[in-house]
Write a protein that binds this ligand. Structure first.
Ligand SMILES: [Ca+2]
Ligand SMILES: [Ca+2]
Length: 104
């Protein structure tokens, strides 16, 4: 019984994450952003924590990508992070950033 419900929960999670990532088109991402992401991802878990996101935004700001300069200037890291974290799991994936930028 326990096993079944756990399997059910994980398949729901897969369905949900698949749905929210379906709109993300990584080909539309700035190639520099694609490089900045792994540079900022200090623990290489392919997700950005808020601290890692700050590094990411600072790298982006150097190349004036997206709204990174504004985020940096006004120190709106946390606001941007919360907005981009579509599934609210407290971790930012490249897909979530892509979906946010494409306008999703
Ligand atoms: Ca990370
Ligand atoms: Ca997330």
């Amino acid at each position: 019984m326990r096993k079944t419900s756990r399997a059910l929960v994980s398949s729901i999670a897969i369905i949900l994450s698949g749905a929210s990532f379906a709109a993300a088109d990584l080909t539309k991402m700035n190639p520099d952003s694609m490089e900045h992401f792994p540079m900022a991802d200090q623990n290489s878990d392919e997700k950005l924590s808020l601290e890692e996101f700050k590094i990411f935004v600072n790298l982006e700001a150097e190349d004036d990508i997206g709204k990174s300069r504004k985020l940096k200037r006004y120190k709106k890291y946390e606001t941007g992070y919360t907005k981009m974290d579509a599934n609210k799991d407290g971790a930012l994936t490249l897909e979530e950033i892509a979906a946010f930028r494409v306008g999703n």
